[in-house]
Design a protein around this ligand. Structure first.
Ligand code: ZN
Length: 373
């Protein structure tokens, strides 16, 4: 019997500031409440686990001391540090807010908790949906991400002698994670994302394959705007299973951003919950041991449904499509899965298909030879 853990407590949603903030913490709470409404934590095989805060030593495995100190200083409301130097500003993607150090270290602690539960064999899969800060760099914030919980957790797993494959299905390129392991073959990173020619952070071309002993271990599958379920899953199937099987990891770490959804306001990919479920089911097949984190997802009516579906797949449960009455009454959501699909102009679809084919050809040509494929 598979065992699973969902890592969560209220401390992860303590981030309260401007009303219209994109990285709205309430999306975490809505997801947790939806899972609870489905009675997701009622079995001994699916536990709700309370995370610990990460300590400073954990942060320093990836981030510079200067940067960690600066986040702590902004968190206390002190303005003597130079915010711009660390890519913070009041009006951009990375605003400074009181308590940011505490909540950010809690998020890192939650991903580390998920990693430990899996590494110690207590569970087969652990999900921290508050995690997934895949853009954060050693010395600065980026794209709503303050600390890179993903990199810190992967380093922690490597420290235990485990072989790690990382798969990132967020709509944005996993630049921070790729950069952290760009020169090593100890982590295989694979990112599927909307092309950086259009979307932040601007990187993630198939030609970014790693350097030195890392050559062939950074894999990028950029996709065109309006890429739909069919094209996305086709692209995934062309590349991901072969590489992961050949790499043969001990543990799979996945970033499950759901900003690929067609209703997401910040991206132009066109997935539905059906496509998203298709991705998670494939990951489920590939994962011997599985550490899952959240990521992007900025449409409130979508995020809780996607991550609830994802956790259902992790614990081998098929949730009824009708959302439990108690939740419907609170938030008005009625169906777990999408009832409509976006309609695509055939010319646009053809272009998205052509773009995906080109990306796949690039990965096959540039990466596959390093894996004997
Ligand atoms: Zn994203």
């Amino acid at each position: 019997m598979r065992k699973a853990a969902f890592v969560y407590d209220e401390g992860l949603v303590a981030r309260t500031m401007v009303e219209d903030e994109e990285f709205n913490p309430s999306r975490l709470k809505y997801t947790y409440e939806l899972l609870r409404a489905y009675r997701a934590f009622n079995k001994s095989t699916s536990r709700l686990v309370v995370p610990d805060k990460a300590d400073e030593a954990a942060l320093l495995t990836f981030h510079t001391r200067d940067y960690v100190e600066a986040v702590r200083c902004f968190s206390r409301g002190e303005r003597m540090c130079d915010a711009a130097k660390f890519n913070f500003s009041d009006y951009g993607d990375n605003p400074v807010f009181p308590g940011m150090y505490e909540v950010s270290t809690r998020i890192v602690g939650a991903t580390l908790k998920a990693a430990d539960l899996v590494a110690e064999g207590k569970v087969d899969v652990a999900f921290n949906h508050s995690g997934g800060g895949h853009h954060a760099a050693p010395n600065c914030a980026s794209g709503f991400c303050i600390f890179n919980d993903v990199v810190i957790a992967i380093k922690h797993l490597l420290g235990k002698g485990l072989r790690v494959a990382y798969i990132d299905v967020d709509a944005h390129h996993a630049d921070g994670v790729q950069n952290a392991f760009y020169d090593t073959d100890r982590v295989l990173t694979i990112s599927l994302h909307e092309t950086g020619r259009i979307l932040f952070p601007g990187t993630g071309e198939p030609s970014e394959i790693g350097v030195g002993s890392g050559r062939g271990y950074s894999v990028n599958i950029p996709l065109a705007p309006y890429t739909d379920d069919e094209i996305y899953l086709w692209a995934f199937d062309q590349i991901v299973p072969k590489l992961v099987e050949s790499y043969n990891p001990d543990v799979l770490v996945t970033q499950l951003g759901c900003d690929t959804h067609y209703l997401d306001p910040m991206t132009q990919l066109n997935l539905t919950t059906e496509g998203y479920e298709g991705v998670i089911k494939r990951l489920r097949q590939l994962a011997p041991k599985w550490v899952a984190v959240g990521g992007g997802g900025y449409e409130m009516s979508v995020v809780a449904r996607c991550w609830t579906l994802a956790y259902g797949i992790m614990i081998d449960r098929e949730w009824p499509n009708e959302i439990p009455r108690s939740y419907q009454e609170l938030y008005g959501l009625k169906r777990l899965r999408d009832t409509e699909k976006p309609r695509l102009d055939s010319r646009i679809k053809k272009e998205a298909r052509r773009f995906a084919e080109e990306s796949i050809a690039g990965v096959r040509r540039l990466v596959f030879p390093y894996h004997g494929l």
